[in-house]
Design a protein around this ligand. Structure first.
Ligand SMILES: *Cc1c(COP(=O)(O)O)cnc(C)c1O
Length: 384
């Protein structure tokens, strides 16, 4: 065996021993919530397609029409010849939804975070991240070369302590957090973080991947409390409730102008295909007009948390913490035998000792199935 192959095989064997190896499983998804896996048809409580817009007739029709009209790709980076006119339309729509002057669309949420943060921050600067912030926020922060410090989850006092100790030694400071936490479903205290940022002349960035379309009347976590939190950098993705693919930043005009000339993941990566942009625009049409649809995932999650006496859901994501990765995998398999797909989430996606079932709800989940899932969890997993 070559040293490369024995390196790979050795790493895999160690992961296997700790039940931490991950494998890709074919998962055909035809109507949105039902998934065919290894010949079995399972009801998925693991998709982020909260509004089922990936299957919406108008969204699909917009994508098909854009392929017919413009082809399958834009052929270059947006800064060269890939800036299809549909981008401007989508960016105007996103800026309006988020209440900002401007927006910039990236290839994905991951590309957005790893482009935005290094375009704004460098080695003379300080970045504070919630310890549970998404992996790609950490990657963006590390790429920037700035000093990166984690603060305890949603603990504004802990973040303040770091700023009081260290802010003076750095030129600029950025506080970044998920708006809705992807693996826990709770919300960041954006109003308090905004006040903290103001006090220490820091910039606040929220990652609203799981907020747009499902909280704050569809406008996202900055709007979750009714009045808008002062978040000058609202980042997010088009790949969850919006039902397609792509990332974005909504911010002021000067910030967006800077990002469009400096973010490496925008400059050195091809623009999204026209069909993807057209689909996102059609999805925003639905999000802006169908309040009942927008409210549905959260109402379903609340029904579920009430059935199991879990903390009241504030987003469509409900974690059931089990702790041990092997036990969590076993719970996933037991639920599969009942016809449900609820993915086990293990380290390093979540901290050690907090392996969990992550249950997500979409507008299309039938209430009877939610009740059946709660019953199955009570019988096989929660032992209550
Ligand atoms: C999914 C996710 C991303 C990445 O978005 P993609 O468009 O899938 O690359 C970024 N941040 C958070 C919080 C996410 O949950």
């Amino acid at each position: 065996m070559s040293s490369l192959d024995s390196f790979a095989a050795g790493k895999l064997a160690r992961m296997e021993a700790h039940h931490l190896r991950r494998i890709l499983v074919d998962s055909a998804r035809d109507d949105g919530i039902w998934i065919i896996r290894e010949g079995r048809r399972l009801l998925s409580f693991s998709c982020n397609d909260y509004l089922n817009l990936s299957q919406h007739p108008k969204v699909k029709a917009a994508a098909v029409a854009a392929i017919e009209a413009h082809g399958t790709g834009v052929g270059a980076s947006r800064l060269v010849t890939g800036n299809h006119p549909l981008f401007a339309e989508l960016e105007a729509r996103l800026a309006k939804l988020k209440g900002t002057e401007a927006a910039c669309v990236f290839g994905s949420g991951y590309l957005a975070n790893t482009g935005i943060i290094p375009a704004l921050m460098s080695s003379a600067d300080l970045i504070l991240l919630d310890e549970l912030a998404h992996a790609c926020i950490w990657s963006g922060a590390e790429l920037s070369g700035a000093e990166v410090v984690g603060f305890r989850h949603n603990d504004v006092a802990d973040a303040e302590k770091i700023l009081a100790d260290q802010r003076e030694s750095f030129r600029h400071a950025l506080i970044a957090t998920d708006g809705v936490f992807s693996m826990d479903g709770d919300l960041a205290p954006l109003h308090d973080l905004a006040a903290l940022a103001k006090k220490y002349n820091a910039w606040l960035m929220s990652d609203d991947a799981h907020g747009i379309g499902v909280v704050g009347g569809g406008r996202g976590s900055s709007f979750a409390d009714g009045d808008k939190a002062d978040v000058p950098l609202q980042m997010g993705t088009l790949s969850k409730a919006v039902g397609g693919y792509g990332g974005y930043l909504c911010a002021s005009q000067p910030v967006i102008d800077l990002i469009k000339t400096r973010a490496r993941t925008l400059i050195y990566s091809t623009g999204l295909p026209p069909a993807t942009i057209a689909a996102a625009i059609a999805a925003l049409d639905v999000i802006e007009t169908d309040q009942d649809l927008i409210n549905a995932p959260l109402l379903k999650a609340r029904m579920f948390t009430q059935l199991l006496n879990l903390p009241y859901a504030v987003s469509p994501i409900v974690p059931i913490i089990i702790g041990d990765p092997e036990k969590t995998l076993r719970a996933q398999r037991l639920l599969e035998d009942e016809g449900f797909l609820v993915s086990a989430i293990r380290p390093p996606t979540v901290p050690k000792g907090t392996s969990r079932l992550r249950v997500t709800f979409t507008a299309a989940h039938p209430d009877t199935e939610i009740t059946r899932l709660a019953d199955a969890l009570r019988t096989h997993v929660l032992n209550t």
